[in-house]
Ligand binder design. Structure first.
Ligand code: AMP
Ligand code: MG
Length: 414
C-alpha cells in the first residue's frame, strides 16, 4: 500500500472515493461455491449466471377474463357478432383452431387458441347464448401476454454477483431452477477493544461503560448474512491483542475491531497490527469517523473502526459493508442517494464530507429531511432515531431550510 495516506495530522486525508477504491483493489471474492435449494439461497450471492431453459410465460396467454378473437374481425365501425365455440381455462387449454367469425371464451392465464391473436375483455362484450357482440374500439393484439415476454429461453435470468432478493427467488422458481450456485458465506470475526468496556450482564464499576459497538456490529453483520465470530471485549494489552489477532486471522476471512485507532491512543494496537500484517492507519475526509485502519492480517481483511459508537456505525456502512459485499462476490454494493428538501438549517464546517443523521419523511407532498438533533459521534440515539444519512459535500458550509440536499436512506424496499 502507498504511504501518502496515514500517520500524522499534517498528512493529506483520503477522500471517500479514494479509500473505497483502495479497499476494492485489495479484495478477492471468496472462491468457495455451494449448491442450495432456491429458498435457502435468499440473500446469498450468485456464483454464476443463471440461464433459462424455457420461455416465461411458456405460451401466449390472456391478460384478462374475456374472449379470444382474430384481430382482423374487429369492425372498422359499428359492431360485429362472433360465434362462441369453446372455452380456454388457465391450465385447461382448448386444443382446436379458431376461424374468422368465431370466438373462444378465455380466462386470465388461459392459452390463446390457434387462430386467435387478440383478447376482448368481458366487460366490453354483450353476450347472448352462443354469440357475442363487440364494438370497433379495440386494437388487434391487445390483452395478450406473449410467450417469453418476461424471460426468453436461453436468456440470462440473473447475473453472477447478484444478491438474491424475494423477487429473484420467484424468478428462479418461474424458470424451474431447483439448485442454485452461490458463494459460500463470509466468516467475519469481531471484537471491541478498551479497558473501560463491560459486556451486558456484567457489573459496571466506576469509569466503565457497556460495550455497544459489538451489538450494532452484530445487527449490521446479521443483515448481511455472514457467519459471525463474536470474540468479545479485548483489554488494552499487547499480548491479549496479539493473541486475538492471531486467532481471528486463522479462522476468519475478515476481522473487524472497534476502538483504539484515534491519534495518541493505545499505540500498541497499532504496533501489533503493523508487526503482524500490512495495515494502514487512514484519515478519511469524512465526518463522523475520520480515523480508520484498513489492511490485512495474514489472509484476513482487517478493519479497525473508531470506538465512538456513531463513528463505528458510519464507517461500517460507508466502508465495511461495501467491502464485505465485494468479498462475497456481489457487484452492486452502494446505496442510491436521493435529492430532497432540507426541512431546517444544517450547520457544517468545510473540509470533510459530512454524514449527518436525518429523518426523511413526506410532508405536503414533498420529501423533506430533518436533523435528529445532536450530532456528536458518541450520540448513538442519533443513529437510532435516523432513517437516513444527510450527505453534505466536502466544501459545503451548511444548508439553509428549503435548499436541496442529498440523503442515503438506511432501508430500502428490497
Ligand atoms: P477509542 O477509539 O478507543 O479512543 O474510543 C473512543 C470513544 O468511544 C471512547 O469514549 C470510548 O469509551 C468509546 N468506545 C470505544 N469502544 C466502545 C464500545 N465498544 N462501545 C461503546 N463505546 C466505545
Ligand atoms: Mg479505547
Amino acid at each position: 500500500m502507498s504511504n501518502d495516506c496515514c500517520g500524522g495530522s499534517h498528512k493529506k486525508m483520503l477522500l471517500l472515493e479514494q479509500a473505497r477504491q483502495r479497499i476494492h483493489d485489495s479484495i478477492q471474492p471468496v472462491s468457495g461455491v455451494e449448491q442450495l435449494p432456491v429458498r435457502d439461497a435468499l440473500h446469498r450471492v450468485l456464483a454464476a449466471d443463471v440461464h433459462s431453459n424455457l420461455n416465461v410465460p411458456a405460451y401466449d396467454n390472456s391478460a384478462m377474463d374475456g374472449y379470444a378473437i382474430q384481430g382482423s374481425d374487429i369492425p372498422a365501425n359499428g359492431t360485429i357478432r362472433l360465434e362462441m365455440i369453446a372455452t380456454s381455462w388457465a391450465g385447461k387449454p382448448w386444443s382446436g383452431t379458431m376461424q374468422a367469425g368465431q370466438t373462444v371464451r378465455i380466462m386470465t392465464g388461459g392459452k390463446i387458441p390457434q387462430g386467435a391473436d387478440t383478447v376482448i375483455m368481458q366487460e366490453d362484450v354483450e353476450t347472448d347464448e352462443q354469440f357475442i357482440q363487440i364494438g370497433h374500439q379495440h386494437k388487434p393484439g391487445q390483452h395478450l401476454r406473449k410467450a417469453g415476454e418476461d424471460i426468453a429461453k436461453d436468456a440470462v435470468v440473473l447475473p453472477a454477483g447478484r444478491r438474491l432478493l424475494p423477487a429473484d427467488l420467484g424468478l428462479l422458481a418461474s424458470v424451474g431452477a431447483t439448485q442454485i450456485s452461490v458463494r459460500r458465506k463470509l466468516r467475519v470475526a469481531f471484537f471491541s477493544t478498551g479497558d473501560e468496556l463491560c459486556s451486558i450482564g456484567e457489573h459496571l464499576d466506576d469509569g466503565q461503560i457497556y460495550d455497544s459497538n459489538r451489538y450494532t456490529l452484530y445487527g449490521m453483520l446479521k443483515r448481511l448474512d455472514v457467519e459471525m465470530i463474536d470474540m468479545g471485549v479485548i483489554r488494552d494489552q499487547r499480548d491479549l491483542i496479539r493473541q486475538a489477532f492471531q486467532e481471528a486471522s486463522s479462522i476468519a476471512d475478515v476481522l473487524i475491531t472497534s476502538g483504539g485507532v484515534s491519534v495518541g491512543e493505545a499505540d500498541f494496537v497499532k504496533d501489533t497490527l503493523e508487526e503482524m500484517g500490512q495495515v494502514d492507519f487512514w484519515k478519511v475526509a469524512i465526518k463522523p469517523g475520520k480515523p480508520l485502519a484498513f489492511g490485512k492480517v495474514q489472509q484476513a481483511l482487517f478493519f479497525g473502526l473508531p470506538g465512538n459508537p456513531v463513528s463505528a456505525m458510519a464507517t461500517f456502512y460507508l466502508f465495511v459493508q461495501p467491502a464485505l459485499k465485494w468479498a462475497m462476490g456481489q457487484t452492486e454494493v452502494f446505496v442510491p442517494r436521493l435529492k430532497v428538501k432540507a426541512a431546517e438549517k444544517f450547520k457544517k464546517h468545510p473540509g470533510r464530507l459530512d454524514f449527518q443523521r436525518g429523518i426523511l419523511r413526506m410532508e405536503d407532498g414533498e420529501a423533506k429531511v430533518y436533523s435528529t438533533g445532536g450530532q456528536g459521534s458518541g450520540i448513538l440515539t442519533s443513529m437510532s432515531r435516523a432513517n437516513c444519512f444527510i450527505v453534505l459535500p466536502l466544501e459545503s458550509t451548511g444548508v439553509e431550510a428549503g435548499e436541496w440536499v442529498e440523503v442515503e436512506p438506511f432501508e430500502g424496499l428490497l
